[in-house]
Design a protein around this ligand. Structure first.
Ligand SMILES: [Zn+2]
Length: 355
């Protein structure tokens, strides 16, 4: 019998040193989550973990030396942005290494079986960062660096990345587009920034079938997401059998988020975490690492993260069922069929023929 789930949270005040001024990706985001968890009196139910800093050699698993030096130089010289929407300050390079390092710390905790699952409350976020450029508020691709680390350090051959941020994780997709060792699953709003993530982007060469994109129109809600997770992600994982799960967990598909147009409730994040946890329990002893990506309404972010932790740790403090749910739309059925048909050649569950 289970003796309860061991859940950790990686956090460090140094994550606040990445100053971005009035930008939506700001330090108040982490403060809001921490004070909400304090208010709910759950911090002492979690193992609080300090992150280590990622070594440059580890960041080089996915980024070019030239790009890493570019970030370091821009920060050292006092520039305030990498591009039009990716702000930096003099400390951002170091905080970027600490954000990636938090993901590595979390991977160690679950792979050494010291904890079942770990939530990394870090910033800057990562899923838009490509090998040679940062973009979309992201400096280093934390999820990709963590996946590469898990494959090298723990000899994993099948890592699942679930990206439920409202934006497509273009950086993560690009990094693993040819790589069957990482299954990248992304649900995102379309059309929206950064414009990638069509259903027919399925991976290339040996990586064909290992990129699964589910683009959805604005106003998609809880039931749309649940149906997609149940009908696409769960059966694919039964076939793929991931050895660890990493979640690019953004909270900007929330109905109150100022940057996007989806209508998820806070409870929906508990629901999605629950499905991910079921997958991990079934295939890899519950090993899940969640990394913070977007989410710009401070209250919505804090409440949603609380729902995720409640599910991960099994506190049973709140229900994952939202009131007044919006039923799945006909367009969601159509979108699921489009994704299934794009992936029919690669997965038996969708009709791939045996050899
Ligand atoms: Zn986002």
């Amino acid at each position: 019998m289970s003796t309860g789930t061991r859940t950790g949270i990686v956090y460090d005040d140094r994550y606040l040193l990445h100053e971005t001024g009035k930008h939506p990706e700001r330090k108040a985001r982490l403060k809001s989550v921490m004070s909400y968890l304090e208010e709910k009196k759950v911090l002492d139910k979690l193992e609080l973990i300090k992150p280590r800093k990622a070594a440059v050699e580890e960041v080089k698993f996915v980024h070019t030396r030239k790009y890493i030096e570019h970030v370091e130089n821009y920060c050292a010289k006092g520039y305030d942005a990498l591009d039009m929407d990716t702000m930096i300050c003099k400390d951002s390079y170091e905080v970027g290494l600490l954000s990636a390092g938090g993901a590595l710390t979390a991977v160690d905790k679950v792979m050494k079986d010291e904890l079942d699952n770990v939530f990394v409350l870090g910033r800057p976020p990562g899923h838009h960062a490509e090998p040679g450029r940062g973009m979309g508020f992201c400096l280093f691709n934390n999820a990709a660096i963590a996946s590469c680390y898990a494959m090298r350090e723990y000899k994993l051959e099948r890592v699942l990345i679930v990206d439920w941020d409202v934006h497509h994780g273009n950086g993560t997709e690009l990094i693993f587009y040819h790589d069957p060792r990482v299954l990248f699953f992304s649900v995102h709003q379309s059309p929206a920034y950064p414009g990638t993530g069509a259903a027919d982007e399925v991976g290339a060469s040996k990586g064909k079938g290992y990129t699964i994109n589910v683009p959805l129109p604005p106003y998609s809600g809880d039931d749309d997401y649940e149906q997609i997770f149940r009908e696409i992600l769960v059966p694919v994982c039964d076939e793929y059998k991931p050895q660890m799960v990493i979640v690019s967990s953004g909270y900007d598909a929330h109905q109150n988020d100022p940057l996007a147009g989806m209508v998820l409730s806070s409870q929906a994040y508990g629901m999605m975490a629950g499905i991910v946890k079921e997958i991990a329990n079934k295939h890899c002893g519950g090993k899940v690492v969640l990394l913070l990506e977007g989410g710009y309404n401070l209250n919505a972010l804090a409440e949603s993260v609380f729902h995720v932790l409640n599910t991960l740790a099994g506190w049973g403090m709140v229900s994952n069922k939202s009131e007044g749910k919006i039923l799945p739309r006909q367009s969601t059925r159509t979108n699921i069929n489009i994704v299934k048909s794009a992936h029919k050649p690669f997965w038996s569950i969708f009709g791939k023929h045996g050899i």
